[in-house]
Design a binder for this molecule. Structure first.
Ligand code: AHG
Ligand code: MN
Ligand code: MN
Length: 327
């Protein structure tokens, strides 16, 4: 079976980029080990710290962030990192050509229930001549050099692209290597499955209200077929299901907290997942525009998300054309 680094080199990936991806996979293996230790590792539960996003951090968020940050900043090829768990970007003493944005532990509310969690990463090129500042990271998703996620489930999987196919690797725990288990992920264009947090229904805007209502009406409704619903509460797990068998994943605008109408973060979650979904033949939109085209205004920006099977995403966009925009 093919190992991760040789498959990257076979694509003529530059050695500097191979080295950055290598650093990420080393951190991921360490995170995987600690997660699988579970309660034995003595790191479960909430810490008293609050991160920049105003949510209670779990201890493993801190550990995962520290691991990725420390290893990436030691890399000669990384210029700076941006993390969901850091207020500001962190500059490396090295003057590498790459910027790495990451969500060190996605779906962290699942830690305490031994549910699926993941790491999401996005690799950008440092803009030429740009002074070191947050502005370096304010590039649209389509500028990404590579993107991927690691799913720490029953098995640990690395799903990534350098702009070509989306490849899936599985961690062989016996030798400690990611081995290629799927050459080319392809998301079916049609689906009968969707993922949304239904408990927010009363807070959604008209386009999503109308779209989901028609899905729930099944065979008797305008769609003429029954849909199934899944929600893991970890974007990595939910998008991985879409990557594996199709589906539509959405976290739309909602009116719960007027100061926070969107949940998912553009830089750390949405841009990398959009690149993966598109490269696997799916679509990713905010309802109106391609998510990969959005130029971030600041590093912690949040956006509405609809992604997955191409025809179903198109269908959802139709509902957005027919109803007023909520924001
Ligand atoms: P994180 O754990 O990195 O803060 O991200 C959690 C995100 C995302 O992974 C998931 O899709 C969503 O939050 C779950 O939201 P609900 O709590 O509304 O289910
Ligand atoms: Mn997350
Ligand atoms: Mn997180």
């Amino acid at each position: 079976m093919k190992r991760l680094l040789p498959t990257l080199r076979a694509d003529q990936t530059s050695e500097s980029l191979v080295s950055v991806i290598n650093t990420i996979q080393i951190a991921a293996k360490e995170i995987s080990f600690r997660l699988h230790q579970g309660a034995l590792a003595g790191v479960l539960g909430s810490s008293l710290d609050e991160n920049i996003q105003g949510e209670t951090q779990k201890k493993l968020d801190i550990v995962s962030n520290q691991l990725l940050k420390t290893l990436l900043l030691e890399s000669p090829n990384v210029h700076a990192v941006a993390s969901e768990e850091e207020d500001s970007i962190v500059e490396s003493p090295n003057s590498g050509h790459y910027l790495v944005a990451f969500d060190p532990l996605d779906g962290s509310s699942n830690i305490d229930i031994n549910g699926g969690v993941g790491t999401i990463f996005s690799i950008l090129r440092k803009p030429e001549g740009e002074q070191t500042s947050e502005n370096m990271f304010l590039q649209p998703g389509k500028a990404q050099i590579a993107a991927g996620y690691v799913l720490y489930g029953p098995s640990t999987m690395l799903v990534m692209t350098t702009g070509k196919a989306v490849r899936i690797y599985t961690l062989d725990q016996t030798v400690g290597e990611f081995l290629l288990t799927h050459e080319k992920a392809e998301i079916p264009r049609d689906t009968k499955e969707f993922a949304i947090n239904m408990s927010n229904r009363r807070h959604w805007a008209d386009p999503i209200q109308a779209y989901i209502s028609d899905l729930l009406d099944g065979e008797e409704g305008p769609r003429g077929k029954n849909f199934n619903m899944r929600w893991n509460a970890a974007m990595v797990s939910d998008v991985h299901r879409v990557m594996s068998r199709g589906g539509l994943f959405t976290y739309p605008w909602d009116a719960r907290k007027p100061e926070k109408p969107f949940k998912l973060r553009l830089l750390y979650e949405v841009a990398p997942m959009s690149m993966l979904v598109e490269k696997a033949g799916g679509k990713a939109t905010d309802g109106y525009n391609r998510l990969m085209d959005i130029v971030p205004e600041h590093i912690h920006q949040r956006v509405p998300v609809i992604m997955g099977s191409a025809n179903e995403v198109d269908m959802c966009m139709e509902y957005h054309k027919q109803h007023p925009k909520p924001y």
